[in-house]
Design a protein around this ligand. Structure first.
Ligand code: SAM
Length: 352
């Protein structure tokens, strides 16, 4: 109890401000790397509060840069903070912070897209998937060009319980371009409803925390920024492999404004397209004239389950990619090998 109190009351000693550090180490933001810094510690404190209680927590901060959010995480009582920063110019400033918080800050000079987070923390902090989340948090304000591919990779990690989720249902608090934040949290029927809404929400509780106006950053980006919190669900809302769900959702949303059966059709080679689409829609019991944005997660679950059962029956089917077939046709190379395989070897029982 006393130890917890001590950790909770940890404050960094007086240090140069983040702005002074930027000047001291000449940390000009690199426009090509979309570097936009947060210098206001009240704002970085507010971002960090969205993660929940960090007392005694293990935290991975992605892209700490000059260290504003890093300071807030340390002041919030984290016991073990691992920062992963790609740009070597920030390492000396982070080392200064590390000296001010002895034993609490570990610095990795590396790329978060390839960093093995499953090796970054001790295994004893793990919690079983059906228990409460572990006391491990991922927090970060990354460039938009990194945060979107990263969340897609991490959603697949949630599905497979790998990467940060090898420790259990690790919570994420991340910033995104406001439009992406809106898509991540968009509900059925809304204008922003898209592929990423389904992929995130079938695996996680996704919560939009608040919007940071672009003017709060130095230099000011073109757009506003949304802070989004993710907690993996104990039971994903769709019980099919991630890649299968991703394929169904990608095809369904390829014609956003059309009836959903238009996208479903593209899951099947031309020769058996009409029959298998009808069979899949009937099996899923989804109205074919709903628009993709009107589909609920139970609708997508029913479609994924129906597609999975067709894939079990037609062994070459999962390898079929409409876009690949189209690309090969444009090159004058005929239809795709996957479609060939389906026709020639699957013994497709559909009347096509
Ligand atoms: N977190 C700091 C803040 O809020 O002021 C910096 C934010 S800046 C938008 C993004 C930071 O992420 C930069 O420091 C950049 O060097 C770093 N970064 C960019 N890509 C990265 C990657 N793939 N892995 C790790 N860090 C990365």
């Amino acid at each position: 109890m006393a130890a917890t109190k001590k950790l909770a009351s940890f404050r960094l000693p007086p240090l140069p401000t983040v702005g002074e550090l930027i000047k001291l180490y000449n940390l000009r933001a690199e426009k090509q790397l979309s570097q936009n810094f947060l210098l206001d510690l009240r704002l970085t404190d507010k971002i960090v509060r969205q993660a929940g209680c960090l007392n005694d927590a293990h935290v991975c901060e992605v892209g700490p840069g000059p260290g504003g959010i890093t300071r807030s995480i340390l002041n919030a009582g984290a016991a073990d903070l691992l920062v992963v920063e790609k740009d070597s110019r920030f390492i000396p400033g982070l080392k200064l912070l590390s000296e001010a918080a002895p034993g609490k800050l570990r610095i990795v000079h590396g790329d978060i897209l390839t960093y093995r987070m499953d090796r970054g923390f001790p295994t004893h902090i793990s919690k079983a998937w059906d228990q409460d989340p572990p006391n491990l948090h991922v927090i970060g304000n990354l460039p938009f060009s990194v945060s979107t591919p990263l969340i897609i990779k991490w959603l697949e990690n949630v599905a497979n319980r790998t990467g940060p989720f090898a420790f259990g249902r690790t919570r994420l608090t991340l910033t995104f371009q406001k439009e992406v934040a809106e898509r991540l949290t968009a509900s059925t029927g809304s204008r922003q409803r898209s592929r990423i809404s389904i992929m995130a929400q079938y695996l996680c509780t996704v919560h939009s925390c608040f919007t940071i106006p672009g003017r709060a950053f130095v230099p000011k980006p073109e757009v506003d920024v949304g802070v989004v919190h993710f907690t993996p669900l104990v039971q994903p809302q769709i019980q099919q492999p991630f890649k299968l769900v991703e394929k169904v959702v990608r095809n369904v949303f390829q014609f956003r404004r059309k009836h959903c059966h238009k996208g479903v059709e593209k899951l099947f080679p031309e020769a058996c397209r009409a029959e298998l689409t009808q069979e899949m829609m009937q099996q899923a019991d989804v109205d074919p004239i709903l628009r993709p944005t009107e589909l609920t997660i139970p609708h997508i679950r029913a479609l994924a389950d129906a597609y999975a059962s067709l894939c079990r029956r037609e062994p070459g089917l999962f390898g079929y990619e409409f876009r690949e077939e189209l690309r090969l046709k444009r090159l004058g190379a005929g239809y795709s090998p996957a479609a060939d395989a389906l026709r020639d070897t699957s013994g497709c029982t559909a009347p096509c």
